[in-house]
Every structure is written in structure tokens, then in C-alpha cells.
Design a protein around this ligand. Structure first.
Ligand code: 5MM
Length: 346
């Protein structure tokens, strides 16, 4: 197997000041997002929304890769170019979510991820659309009795099998183990669970002979449960996240790109920024792969209305720029009220 493709994809996706946009919401999730602005979810409204985000002028200054959903691969921009072609043209690497969603372990709240069957042939199909990387998400629920050893092990093994198949097909795998934020748990409980999960994931990747230097990790941050009392502040989240990653993630991994996992956009940016101002030596590039924390302000501004198209794009570019600054520790809270010289082109 030639590693040339993997090498050039990593080169194009690990770029100082840039991060990854997750725009891979399944139809079910996209429908939920559109419902939040009172817009019906149809193939056409999903296309219109993706067109707003993916054709935002200047996206390539802050975003190096976009995770797409299968439906989007064959949809077109308002200018009639397919979305993957448009992204490639502006210098952004297209990628694809290849997992097929979650299923419950019998009699449990715990879940595993579907999609290993026929993955190789699907990857070959996605490559023809220009996709150069893939994403697979596993989730871990924190309750009194979970996550169990069984769920941690099974999800790690499946993430490793997926990553191996991707690399065999010249596709860079994004490995996404998400410790869910839902619940009343403390940040210390989240730390313990995340540490266990990441140790198991890297042990499984090693066992499966996955090339770590051609892999991207998309983890959740170490953070208090959403309904916890006395939730940890920015310094503690950043400090404990970096400590946990240093204890579990090999230095040869090129890039860690966080998910936002239900954090407010401003919160996700502040946490990332703080990780870069702790004065810690970070052996990997540390950046973002947010969906909601990058898109929510744009969605709310757009409201499904043509006349808000330009303003929606500005809202998206602003979030992308603020997160870009955060990857360099250059974000400050007062920038939230500034227009950052972003202007509408349409
Ligand atoms: C955790 O979700 C991923 C990151 O998004 P956030 O930054 O909003 O947490 C995201 O890539 C997610 O996997 C996609 O939105 C797809 O979700 P579904 O549930 O539709 O597969």
C-alpha cells in the first residue's frame, strides 16, 4: 500500500490556523437543525443551507477540510458545481462521514456504531467524488454504571477496524470517540472516563497496525456534565483536557481536532484558545472539528430566508475566524462584539 495519498492529505489538513468543519449531519439531525429555525427539511432546503455554509467567501482561510454527508456529495452549489468539486477548487479537502449511525446494546443505554460491512467498497465510491478522508463516531454515555468495559472495548475495536480499512484505501481516518456531555457528572468523572476511552482506542489502533501518523483524533473535551452543578470554568477545562490528552495520545499523532459536543459556540472557542495559552508544550497540532459551534450562529441568522443569505455567511466566517485565532491562542472575548472586517460579497 502506498502511503503517498495519506501523506499529502495530512499535509493539506494539518495547517496552522485552520481547522475542520463538520457538516455531516444525517438527514435526521439536519431536519432537527432546520426545525429549530422553522424551516421544513427537504433535499432542496438541506442543499440551500449547505450552499450557504460551503460557499461562504473566504472559507479556505480558516477551514482546511469539511466532513460531508453522503447526500451532499452529489448536490450542487447555486453555481452548478458539485459541493466536493467546489471545495477542492477553493483549496479545502472534502471528506465523508462513513459510519451508519448508532445502535443500542440490548437492554442498555450504551451504543455501538454501525457501518463496517462493505466499508471498503463505499470508500472507493466516495473517492470518486473527491473525498480524501473519512470520519467514524463512537459515543460513550456517563451514568452511574456506564460506560462499561464491554462498550469501551467494542467501540475501540470498531474504530480501529474502520481506521485500518480507510488507510488501506488511501483515506485518512478521523477517529471520533465522543464522551457525551449529557448528565450531572463532574469534570473529574469525565476525566477518568475520557482517559480510559482514549487508552483503549490507542491500544486498539496499535493492535490493528493503524498508522498513527496518518490518523486524526476528534475527541470531546474533558468537561463537566451539562446538568452538573458548579460546572468547571475555562481554565480547568483546558488544563484537564490537555493533561488527559498528554497521558493518552501518542506524540506521533499529527492532529487533534475537537468536537464541540453541545458547548455554546463562544465556550468552545474559549476552551480551545486557553489550551494554547497554558504554556504547555503540545506535541500534536490542536484545532477544531466543530459542527454546531461553527454553524449555529449562521443557521440562526439565515432563518431559511433568501434575504439573510449574506448575513448568514458572514456569521459563519466570523465563527471560523475566531476559532482559527483560538488555534493560535490569539482569541479574546471582546472580539465577539467586533465585525472583524468580514464583509459580504453577495
Ligand atoms: C458530535 O458530533 C460531531 C461534531 O459536532 P458538534 O461539534 O456539533 O458536536 C458531528 O460531526 C456529528 O457526528 C455530525 O453532526 C453527524 O451527526 P449525526 O448524529 O447526524 O450522525
Amino acid at each position: 500500500m502506498s502511503t503517498q495519498e495519506l501523506k499529502s492529505t495530512i499535509r493539506d489538513m494539518v495547517v496552522v490556523g485552520k481547522g475542520i468543519l463538520a457538516a455531516d449531519e444525517s438527514v435526521k439531525t439536519a431536519t432537527k437543525r432546520l426545525a429549530s429555525i422553522g424551516t421544513e427539511s427537504t433535499e432542496e432546503t438541506r442543499r440551500q443551507y449547505r450552499n450557504l455554509i460551503l460557499t461562504a467567501p473566504g472559507i479556505e482561510k480558516y477551514i482546511c477540510g469539511v466532513i460531508l454527508f453522503e447526500e451532499t456529495l452529489s448536490q450542487k452549489t447555486d453555481n452548478g458545481i458539485s459541493f466536493p468539486e467546489h471545495l477542492t477548487k477553493v483549496g479545502v479537502v472534502p471528506g465523508i462521514k462513513v459510519d451508519e449511525g448508532l445502535a443500542e446494546f440490548e437492554g442498555s443505554v450504551e451504543q455501538y456504531t454501525k457501518g463496517l460491512d462493505g466499508l471498503g467498497s463505499r470508500l472507493e465510491k466516495y473517492k470518486k467524488f473527491g473525498c480524501r478522508f473519512a470520519k467514524w463516531r463512537a459515543v460513550y454515555h456517563i451514568t452511574e454504571n456506564t460506560p462499561t468495559e464491554m462498550a469501551i472495548k467494542r467501540n475501540a475495536e470498531d474504530l480501529a477496524k474502520y481506521a485500518k480499512i480507510c488507510q488501506e484505501h488511501g483515506i485518512v481516518p478521523i477517529v471520533e470517540p465522543e464522551v457525551l456531555i449529557d448528565g450531572t457528572h463532574s469534570i473529574d468523572t469525565c476525566y477518568k472516563v475520557t482517559e480510559k476511552v482514549l487508552k483503549e482506542v490507542f491500544a486498539a489502533l496499535k493492535k490493528e497496525n493503524v498508522m498513527i501518523d496518518y490518523t486524526i483524533l476528534k475527541p470531546s473535551m474533558v468537561i463537566s456534565g451539562k446538568e452538573a452543578s458548579n460546572r468547571a470554568g475555562v481554565d480547568e477545562v483546558a488544563g484537564k483536557t490537555v493533561k488527559c490528552l498528554k497521558a493518552t495520545v501518542p506524540a506521533e499523532l499529527p492532529s487533534i481536532n475537537f468536537l464541540s459536543g453541545g458547548q455554546a459556540p463562544q465556550e468552545a472557542t474559549a476552551h480551545l484558545n486557553r489550551m494554547h495559552t497554558l504554556g504547555e508544550n503540545l506535541p500534536w497540532y490542536v484545532s477544531f472539528s466543530y459542527a454546531r459551534a461553527l454553524q449555529d450562529p449562521a443557521l440562526k441568522t439565515w432563518q431559511g430566508k433568501k434575504e439573510n443569505f449574506g448575513a448568514g455567511q458572514i456569521a459563519f466566517i466570523k465563527r471560523a475566524k475566531l476559532n482559527s485565532l483560538a488555534t493560535m491562542g490569539k482569541y479574546a472575548e471582546n472580539m465577539e462584539n467586533n465585525n472583524l472586517n468580514i464583509v459580504a460579497v453577495h
